[in-house]
Design a protein around this ligand. Structure first.
Ligand code: G3H
Ligand code: ZN
Length: 272
């Protein structure tokens, strides 16, 4: 199917956004979504772009994989701090971007996010921004940080962003699913903020809390580490089972299958 704008997917209800690091991720995520008859967001982070050295090849792979899949999928740029990368995304099929100024002081986050958003809207891009740094990787702020609903409402009004990532208790890159979210805060943010809310660092959030977070108002639920953990476990098992393996397809395929199965299972959770 042709790529679908993120706004259209979010209008229909809560959705998972999964990170694409290599082509197998895109194939697995789309296969899982198709199996669950769910919409999905394929997102490529600035870190993944850094790993590949360029945006275009992975973006093209994800877009072309989405076009030959039966699932409704949006292509989204994740955690971009470099404004040049945001501009580049507009040329490579992305319908939406996350501009992440969350580690900047309030006034600077406000100013740069407003500028990037104005540019994006002129070029037809939907913008997600972040307020209240979500702890975890890259030495981001402490896990105890929370987004204040009144500040969030002011931030959205003054920047014009289309979606907002908020800090409600999750942390990036957790490898155990033991995070406790502040569901009451999610409800207050949902009431105060007129745009869809985004949950980052959802790998550490147990199934039932993910469902409760969506019910409380989370619309886009970002998961990366959890899928990578399952992918790597399956690869490790395949390599251990046959130390003579040399063809990468023989050990990548189990990783890809494990991710597809989990995407299908998680997507089913949001369908109620
Ligand atoms: O932006 C991506 C996510 O927030 C993923 O976080 O790796 O902790 O699931 P995670
Ligand atoms: Zn994130």
């Amino acid at each position: 199917m042709p790529l679908v704008p993120l706004s259209r997917i979010l209008d229909a209800g809560p959705v998972f956004a999964f990170n694409v690091i290599q082509i197998e991720h895109a194939e697995a995520i789309l296969a899982g979504a198709e199996q669950a008859k769910a919409s999905v967001v394929l997102q490529i982070s600035e870190n993944a772009v850094r790993y590949h050295g360029a945006l275009a090849p992975l973006a093209a792979a994800a877009r072309l994989a989405a076009e030959r899949s039966g699932a409704d999928a949006a292509l989204h740029l994740d955690h971009a701090t470099d404004e040049r990368l945001v501009r580049e995304a507009a040329e490579h099929g992305f319908g939406s971007v996350m501009y992440d100024g969350s580690t900047l002081p309030w006034a600077e986050n406000l100013r740069t996010t407003a500028e990037v958003t104005a540019w994006c809207h002129e070029h037809g891009l939907f913008v997600e921004a972040e307020l209240g740094a979500i702890g975890g990787k890259d030495g981001a702020h402490a896990p105890g940080v929370r987004t204040d609903p009144a500040e969030a409402a002011e931030f959205v009004a003054r920047t014009g962003v289309d979606a907002l990532a908020v800090a409600v208790g999750s942390e990036h890159a957790m490898t155990s699913r033991t995070a406790r979210l502040d569901l009451e805060l999610i409800g207050r943010l949902h009431a105060a903020v007129p745009v869809p809310l985004v949950l980052h660092g959802s790998s550490g959030v147990p199934d039932e809390t993910l469902v409760a977070a969506a019910a409380a108002g989370m619309r886009k639920i970002n998961v990366s580490t959890h899928l990578n953990r399952l992918f790597t476990e399956a690869v490790r098992d395949a390599l251990a089972a046959d130390p003579k393996l040399v063809d990468p397809r023989r050990w990548l395929a189990p990783g890809r299958d494990a991710v597809a199965a989990e995407v299908a299972r998680l997507s089913g959770l949001l369908k109620g």
